[in-house]
Ligand binder design. Structure first.
Ligand SMILES: NC(=O)c1ccc[n+]([C@@H]2O[C@H](COP(=O)([O-])OP(=O)(O)OC[C@H]3O[C@@H](n4cnc5c(N)ncnc54)[C@H](OP(=O)(O)O)[C@@H]3O)[C@@H](O)[C@H]2O)c1
Length: 351
């Protein structure tokens, strides 16, 4: 026997297994409890086009779902897309009660709860809502704003330097921290870097195992923001390891400063199904994203090193006076090997 609250906690953990492979869909987890409260099925949405979490759990439960409860992190969908509507499948399986963490904000899929209610199914919503929202924050933010959720990631010394005075920057942080970056990359749909970083470091921008260099099966789209198309033909981002888009001003238009229009860039990525972006800098491009209000979260890897000179982690974020400082809230601080990783969300600007 598990409580519905415990079942939701498990469903949220299951949902997280889909991070990085479900876009443009959300991550969703589902547990099915029998009428006696036993877990009879569980599932998560693993990839876009694949079965939804409820369908996976129903297949496991079979007849044991009859008269039972479905505990789902997101309102069951009501529409036929690449798969059939989950609300109907739950009704057909004889589910009596559905416990939902978060309502579906998309007009096309919403309405599942109303369909279930109309069929006499009892509905409870809002169970562990905050936790489920934060597990799905990229997708929820993306569909609400019509642009991908942007995480700016950087590595710096304790005095906020991202490169030494002579331009050297590899490796500021330890191998455990760099391994963690690859884990972070595996949760997003696109990795974005400025042409300055490509010219300076020739990065691969792939998800790989740092021990042997082997590539993960699923690679995020690599995006180089490169107004005039200066990315060298032999740059490693152009290799066959992953798909790459050199985003130029010709394709997207330019802002008044002559650089690529970053809002247009994010709109185009959203249209291509990208919901989560990892912005890997460098400092100039990150500053431009922040100045335009296009960053949602910051993940910083800070090494216990001091440089005293050299490139700062961020250049010109449009702030000239302390009253205009960009405010964030720490949501996590973790030690990784000798380094610290902090995660902070940007506070929405007051109107
Ligand atoms: N420690 C870290 O976490 C980290 C991460 C990345 C890089 N780095 C370091 O950062 C250094 C490179 O930094 P960087 O600042 O020169 O390069 P960057 O931020 O990667 O790229 C800057 C370039 O992006 C292009 N760009 C396109 N659209 C833009 C826009 N709307 N606004 C601003 N720029 C736009 C501009 O060139 P065009 O106008 O030609 O397009 C600009 O010069 C390297 O030393 C690298 O090692 C450190």
């Amino acid at each position: 026997m598990v409580t519905e609250d415990e079942a939701m906690r498990r469903a949220i953990a299951l949902a997280a297994r889909g991070l990085g492979t479900t876009s443009p869909n959300p991550v969703v987890g589902c547990l099915l409890l029998s009428a006696a409260g036993e877990v009879v099925g569980e599932g998560f949405h693993a990839y876009a086009g694949g079965p939804h979490a409820e369908i996976v759990a129903l297949a496991q439960a079979g007849d044991r779902a009859q008269g039972g409860t479905a505990v789902v992190t997101l309102e069951p969908c009501n529409h036929t897309g690449r798969t059939g509507p989950c609300a109907q499948a739950l009704i057909a399986a004889g589910i009596r009660r559905v416990v939902i963490a978060v309502d579906d904000p998309t007009p096309v899929a919403a309405g599942g709860a109303a369909t279930l209610r109309a069929a006499g199914v009892e509905i409870t919503t809002g169970v562990r809502r905050q936790e489920a929202e934060s597990g799905n924050v990229a997708w929820l933010t993306a569909v609400r704003r019509g642009r991908p959720y942007v995480t700016w990631k950087y590595a710096a010394t304790l005095d906020g330097r991202s490169a030494a005075a002579d331009g050297t920057s590899m490796w500021i942080t330890s191998e455990p921290a760099r391994r963690d970056v690859h884990r972070l990359r595996s949760t997003v749909d696109a990795i974005v870097a400025g042409v300055g970083t490509v010219l300076a470091d020739d990065p691969q921008l792939t998800v790989r195992d740092l021990r042997d260099g082997s590539l993960a099966i699923k690679q995020p789209l690599r995006v180089v923001v490169d107004s005039a198309g200066r990315t060298p033909g032999k740059a490693r981002v152009r290799d066959a390891a992953a798909e790459t888009w050199i985003a130029t001003a010709d394709a997207l238009g330019a802002g008044p400063d002559g650089h690529v229009d970053l809002s247009a860039l994010l709109r185009e990525l959203f249209a291509r199904g990208v919901r989560a972006v990892l912005l890997e800098g460098g400092p100039t491009l990150a500053g431009a994203f922040l100045a335009a209000g296009l960053v949602d979260r910051v993940v910083g890897y800070v090494a216990p090193k001091l440089l005293g000179d050299g490139r700062t982690a961020l250049v010109d974020a449009g702030v000239t006076t302390i009253a205009d400082a960009i405010d964030l809230d720490f949501t996590d601080i973790t030690q990784i090997g000798p380094d610290l990783r902090f995660t902070a969300s940007l506070r929405p600007k007051e109107a």
